[in-house]
Design a protein around this ligand. Structure first.
Ligand code: 77G
Ligand code: MG
Length: 221
C-alpha cells in the first residue's frame, strides 16, 4: 500500500535533517511542507510565535494536545531547560508512531512523552501518572471542537495554576469559535490574539494566548 503523508514527512526528515539537531529537523519539515506536500504542522510563521511564548513562560511542566508528526513537540522541547519534560497526547497511533521517530531524530526522546489516547480520557489521569500538580504551559492543537471541553476539564482537574499559559492554534482557520467566546469572556483568563497565517499558506489564521489568573467568579459583562 502507498505510504501515508506522515511517513513521507518522516522520510524527508531522515534524509535531510542532521540526527540530534532539532533546528535541522524543523527546517526539513518546513521545506517538505512548502515544496513537496502541505501538512498540518504549526509551521514556521506561527512556530516563531510559539517559540516566543514558550521562552517568555519558561515552563517546567508542559502539555501538548495533538502531536501529529511531532513538529511542535520538537519546537517546544528544544527550548526547554534540561530537567523539563513535554507530555504530548495523540489519539492516532500512526501519527504517534511517526512523531516518536521525528522526536528521536531530533535527539529529544528523553524529554518527550508521547501518550496515545483521547485527551478527554487522559487528562483526568495526568496528575497521578506523572506526579505533577499543574501544567505551566498547555498547547492546544488537536480537534478544534475539543479545545473548549478540554480546557474545562483541565480546570476541573485543577491542572492549571495562577500564571499558567494556554496557547491555542487555529483559532481562525479551521477556527474554534466556542473556545474563543469562552476564554475571552472568562474573568479567570487574560487573553491575547496573535494574527498570523495558516501554515505554509496566505490564508489568515492566528494563535490565542490565555494566562490563567486563578479561580475568580463570574463572567465579563
Ligand atoms: N488527544 C486527542 N484528542 C482528541 N483528538 C485528537 C487527539 N490527538 C489528535 N487528535 C485528532 C486531531 C487531528 C489533528 C487536529 N488538527 C487539525 O485538525 C488541524 C487542521 C488544519 C487544517 C486547516 C485548513 C485545512 F484546509 C485543513 C486542515 C490546520 C491545523 O493547524 C490543524 O491543527
Ligand atoms: Mg494546528
Amino acid at each position: 500500500t502507498r505510504t501515508t503523508r506522515p511517513q513521507r514527512l518522516l522520510r524527508a526528515v531522515i534524509i535531510n535533517a542532521v540526527r540530534g539537531d532539532p533546528d535541522s529537523v524543523i527546517r526539513a519539515i518546513d521545506h517538505f511542507c512548502k515544496h513537496t506536500e502541505w501538512a498540518m504542522n504549526i509551521g514556521d510563521e506561527k512556530g516563531a510565535i510559539l517559540d516566543s511564548v514558550v521562552m517568555e513562560t519558561s515552563p517546567s511542566t508542559v502539555l501538548e494536545l495533538g502531536t501529529y508528526c511531532g513538529y511542535s513537540a520538537v519546537r517546544i522541547t528544544r527550548l526547554l531547560p534540561p530537567s523539563t519534560r513535554l507530555i504530548t497526547v495523540e489519539m492516532n497511533p500512526d501519527y504517534a508512531c511517526v512523531a516518536r521517530q521525528v522526536i528521536q531524530h531530533a535527539g529529544l526522546q528523553d524529554k518527550v512523552c508521547v501518550l496515545e489516547g483521547q485527551s478527554a480520557d487522559l487528562i483526568p489521569k495526568m496528575a497521578e501518572m506523572f506526579g505533577i500538580q499543574t501544567f505551566d504551559f498547555v498547547f492546544l492543537d488537536h480537534w478544534k471542537d475539543r479545545y473548549l471541553p478540554d480546557i474545562r476539564l483541565l480546570e476541573d482537574c485543577s491542572l492549571l495554576a495562577q500564571g499558567s499559559v494556554v496557547l491555542a492554534d487555529n483559532v481562525v482557520c479551521p477556527g474554534t469559535p466556542d473556545y474563543l467566546n469562552y476564554i475571552r469572556s472568562n474573568l479567570n483568563y487574560r487573553s491575547r490574539f496573535y494574527q498570523a497565517h495558516l501554515e505554509y499558506t496566505r490564508v489568515l489564521d492566528g494563535l490565542e494566548k490565555s494566562e490563567y489568573l486563578g479561580c475568580r467568579q463570574g463572567k465579563r459583562q
